[in-house]
Design a protein around this ligand. Structure first.
Ligand code: URA
Length: 462
């Protein structure tokens, strides 16, 4: 237990301790989280501590303590008044990952309440909030009363962690983004779960990415993160499952801001890309699988497969679309932009990149593709900068597809002409063509539940 009568703590001591590989105790970890939230620890000291934590790693005890201290750094949401099971989904971050826009209304359509507290773009990955804010008027910063009202009205709401809600993560997340300290299992776990636990969830479905576009690219690191997340959330009292999912290529056809929303809304309208536009069956399938688990854990289906079938029906009959558009309006957004998205979407510069070789798309460095998207203007280089709602990249060919030289491979939407060259150069470096098709990769791999997570951590001590 933290001892409030103990001698005062000093941030420099905690930096030195972590730098030298000595684990911090619960009180010391609490001091870091509370100081980050209150702004009493200078950003340079927090940055140094984050780098020490990144380099040295965090013990299971430190990760649990950090998660809970961050959760407790601000106000909390209590979903008891919603009268339904509160279930959410969170991904560890990917490129073109827009499943939140689909799973939130799908689960809501099937009787689950979805209080979603999301993040902004981080490193090479896109942010749900940045994408939503491309809708004119859409408010992600809401009071807890407003949050509750929208969920009661629509079944789902997607908001940011405000200065009052998980303020420690707001500060640490932005710092990690610009100090090269994102890719740490412990820091990722505490960041994600602090937000999810502050939302008072009954259950949580985690989409842990693996492959070239994941923060943790190696399979064993993704497995460790998945087990860590499940075990930490379960220990805090939230029923949790984690699915390891493929991020060896962008999810769906688009990566950016408004263009990702249009892709999600088109799917909810039953509109699929034409063959020359690309293929987004992976986005559809993953969204239904994740929503199926949410519906199952929320007690609205006896198995995840039965949940999938319910979600599929809500996608087909237009319920999910109606809920999503209602949620946009309830959060102040102008949903009419989806009536004629081509008129609203006005990028500063557009270029179609033609395939520069012929062959199978054998490999995609999806992290590099994520940076290419960021450099179009869709992401930020420094914390707090605005992002371009219209920027991003449409991918017309997927991993494993055969392409002829000269056929459209990607369309780049950038803020201005000057911002076209860099993403194009990155794109060309990031793709490898081959005369042979690549190995198939499973969309969903291992699934971790409480017992398998505990067994995994027991067998894989770090
Ligand atoms: N998503 C988060 O909320 N935090 C991370 O650190 C990574 C992904």
């Amino acid at each position: 237990m933290a001892n409030s009568n103990a001698t005062p703590l000093h941030m420099i001591d905690l930096i030195l301790k972590k730098r030298d590989g000595v684990p911090l105790n619960e009180r010391e970890i609490g001091f870091v989280a509370a100081g980050a939230a209150a702004g009493t620890i200078p950003l340079e000291q927090l940055s140094a501590w984050l780098m020490a934590a990144w380099l040295r790693g965090l013990s299971l005890g430190e990760i649990r303590a950090l998660t809970l201290a961050m959760r407790d750094s601000g106000e909390k949401f209590s979903p008891a008044r919603l009268g339904k099971q509160a279930v959410d989904k969170h991904s560890t971050g990917g490129v073109g990952d827009k499943t939140s826009f689909l799973v939130a209304p799908l689960a809501a359509a099937c009787g689950v309440a979805v209080p979603m507290i999301s993040g902004r773009a981080l490193g090479h990955t896109g942010g749900t909030l940045d994408k939503l804010e491309s809708i004119p008027g859409f408010r992600t910063a809401m009071t807890l009363e407003e949050f509750e009202k929208v969920i009661k009205e629509c079944g789902a709401a997607i908001v940011s962690q405000t200065p009052k809600l998980v303020p420690a993560d707001r500060v640490l997340y932005a710092l990690r983004d610009c100090t090269g300290t994102v890719e740490s299992p412990g820091l990722i776990c505490a960041s994600i779960l602090s937000k999810k636990l502050a939302a008072g969830l009954n259950a949580l479905v985690l989409d842990v990415k693996t492959g070239s576009g994941a923060f943790l690219r190696k399979q064993e690191d993704s497995e460790y993160l998945a087990a860590l997340l499940v075990s930490t959330a379960e220990a805090a009292g939230t029923k949790t499952v984690a699915l390891l999912t493929d991020m060896s290529q962008p999810l769906g056809t688009t990566a950016g801001n408004f263009i990702e929303l249009v892709e999600a809304v088109d799917l909810m309208r039953g509109k699929r890309p034409t063959e020359s536009d690309g293929d987004n069956s992976d986005l559809r399938e993953l969204s239904l699988i994740l929503a199926g688990w949410m519906i199952h854990l929320g007690g609205q289906a006896s198995t995840p497969e039965a949940g999938y079938a319910r979600a599929d029906a809500a996608l087909a009959d237009g319920t999910a679309l109606r809920i999503f558009l209602a949620m946009i309006e309830a959060q102040g957004g102008d949903a009419s932009v989806f009536k004629t998205p081509k008129i609203f979407h006005r990028p500063g510069a557009t270029e179609v990149v033609k395939a520069w070789e012929r062959g199978f798309v054998a490999e995609m460095d999806t992290t590099a593709l994520g940076w290419a998207v960021q450099r179009t203007g869709a992401g930020r280089e420094n914390a707090g900068e605005p992002v371009d709602p219209h920027a991003g990249i449409v991918f017309h060919a997927r991993r494993g597809a055969w392409v002829e030289k000269g056929r459209p491979f990607a369309t780049i939407y950038a803020t201005n002409d000057e911002l076209l060259a860099e993403p194009i150069a990155i794109l060309k470096q990031a793709i490898r063509f081959s005369g042979n098709p690549p190995n198939q990769v499973e969309l969903v791999g291992k699934i971790f539940t409480r017992d398998s997570a505990e067994n995994y951590l027991h067998d894989h001590v770090r």
